[in-house]
Design a protein around this ligand. Structure first.
Ligand code: CMP
Length: 139
């Protein structure tokens, strides 16, 4: 199995609810390692840059306003099949469809305010990691 790196974001709804520790602990309990981690507060422009792939979608304005509404914790997770593992731990984008025990089932209120983000493929993981971290930040 391949050792991968993926970007994870604890979103503003989850930092507001003081859930950073619980979410990070869950990743570690599941065998993923934290290679880099930082708390940030994105400007609207920075959120628009991060989610540029969704520009033109009807929810783009709502999404970027929300992601710049408060601090996030951005981190790089590493482990075997980290991209898929992270997505399994997060659960479906819409918490109403997320499996029991997943982070979104446990902590998310809606599809817009869904607690966590994770990269969906190796190419996106590379781009998303580079958006927030330089090679020297990854340990
Ligand atoms: P995320 O994994 O961060 O990737 C893109 C985000 O867009 C997604 O999580 C959701 O939070 C958000 N999103 C997707 N679909 C909708 C929608 N229909 N309405 C509002 N937000 C959405």
């Amino acid at each position: 199995m391949a050792i991968e790196r993926t970007l994870s974001i604890v979103k503003p709804d989850a930092t507001r609810k003081n859930l950073v520790g619980k979410i990070v602990a869950r990743f570690e309990e599941e065998g993923l390692r934290i290679c880099a981690m930082r708390k940030i507060h994105m400007s609207l422009r920075e959120a628009e840059g991060f989610y540029a792939v969704h520009k033109g979608r009807p929810f783009f304005g709502e999404l970027t306003a929300f992601m710049s509404s408060g601090p996030c914790v951005v981190m790089v997770l590493e482990g075997e099949n980290a991209i898929l593992r992270n997505r399994e731990i997060m659960g479906a984008t819409n918490p109403a469809q997320a499996a029991e025990g997943t982070l979104r089932k446990l902590y998310a209120a809606s599809i817009g305010e869904n607690a966590v983000h994770g990269s969906d493929a190796p190419e996106t993981a590379a781009t998303e990691i580079a958006y927030f971290f330089s090679a020297l930040d990854l340990h």
